[in-house]
Design a protein around this ligand. Structure first.
Ligand SMILES: Nc1ncnc2c1ncn2[C@@H]1O[C@H](COP(=O)(O)OP(=O)(O)OP(=O)(O)O)[C@@H](O)[C@H]1O
Ligand SMILES: [Mg+2]
Length: 271
């Protein structure tokens, strides 16, 4: 697919050029093929969903994008260049941030400090630098604090800024994890089941934040989600996986009308 063309979403938005392209990705764990020959692209500014039954390979795919797994076959292209095998921190430095299927926060630290850890990419002065260029380090610290406070306001977690994360209910922990990922000011944000285990109200809040993030910051988002209502409402395009293979790809309307998808997935109830 050309990087020049664009497409129009179900709700009439024009989506721009390709920012990330997965080409013929195959990932194996010993004898298990978690991903078999999958290709798809992610475009600038879109909300791209990955759906499929349990064990379909969705998290594995997100882990390939984030550099956590290196596929045995295939290529990852980012911003028009083929990406060499990279460590996750290097991928993060390129502006790709993520949240985890199982929350990974520092439970003993406050919300504020957890969100601050998301700023590592923006901290250019190391310890030695801080000693030599005191002024620069202080300016940077102020900028980082301000950015973090803006995100805390945006995600409406001001009231729990000083609360240790371990004391928070599940839904709020998920929101703090989102805040930390957003603090990195990513070009692409990867969300692995951001609404799993949430009640209806928490899901509505999370959906609103994801839409606002995309709208206000222009963040490109790739997310895995089981709740089909949420997926259809939120996403511009959907990749459907089943047993490690791609069985559908398109707008929510296209995917909903795809017979292979209906047979494999949509007709079946999922938690
Ligand atoms: N580190 C690993 N080692 C061995 N096998 C793995 C590993 N990670 C995933 N798998 C296997 O790869 C397949 C895909 O798993 P993956 O976690 O990507 O699925 P998923 O679509 O995210 O499922 P779920 O909806 O349950 O989160 C499964 O068969 C799983 O057991
Ligand atoms: Mg998963």
């Amino acid at each position: 697919m050309s990087t020049q063309d664009s497409y129009v979403t179900d709700d009439g938005r024009t989506i721009g050029p390709t920012v990330m392209e997965m080409k013929n990705i195959t990932l194996r764990f010993g004898g298990v093929k978690a991903i078999t020959d999958i290709s798809f692209d992610i475009r600038e500014g879109e909300i791209r969903a990955i759906i499929g039954p349990n064990g379909a390979g969705k998290s594995s795919m997100l882990n390939v994008i984030s550099g956590f797994y290196v596929p045995q076959e295939g290529e990852v292209w980012y911003k028009g260049a083929k990406r060499p095998p990279m460590r996750p921190y290097q991928v993060a430095q390129q502006g790709i941030a993520r949240t985890f299927q199982n929350i990974a926060l520092f439970e003993g630290m406050t919300v504020l400090d957890n969100v601050m850890t998301g700023r590592i990419r923006q901290m250019t002065t190391g310890l030695l630098g801080q000693a030599i260029w005191k002024g620069k380090a202080e300016r940077e610290e102020t900028e980082n604090r301000e950015a973090v406070e803006r995100i805390i306001d945006f995600l409406e977690i001001q009231a729990i800024r000083k609360t240790p994360v371990g004391r928070l209910p599940y839904g709020l922990k998920k929101r703090v994890e989102l805040a930390r990922a957003l603090a990195a000011e990513p070009s692409i944000l990867l969300l692995d089941e951001p609404m799993a285990g949430m009640n209806v109200e928490e899901k509505e809040d999370m959906s609103r934040f994801i839409l606002d993030m995309n709208d206000e910051f222009g963040t490109t988002i790739a997310l895995i989600e089981h709740d089909m209502g949420v997926v259809m409402d939120l996403s511009d395009r959907v990749v459907v996986m089943d047993y490690g293979k791609k069985i559908g790809d398109g707008t929510p309307t296209e995917v909903r009308n795809n017979q292979a998808v209906i047979d494999a997935y949509l007709g079946v109830a999922h938690d």
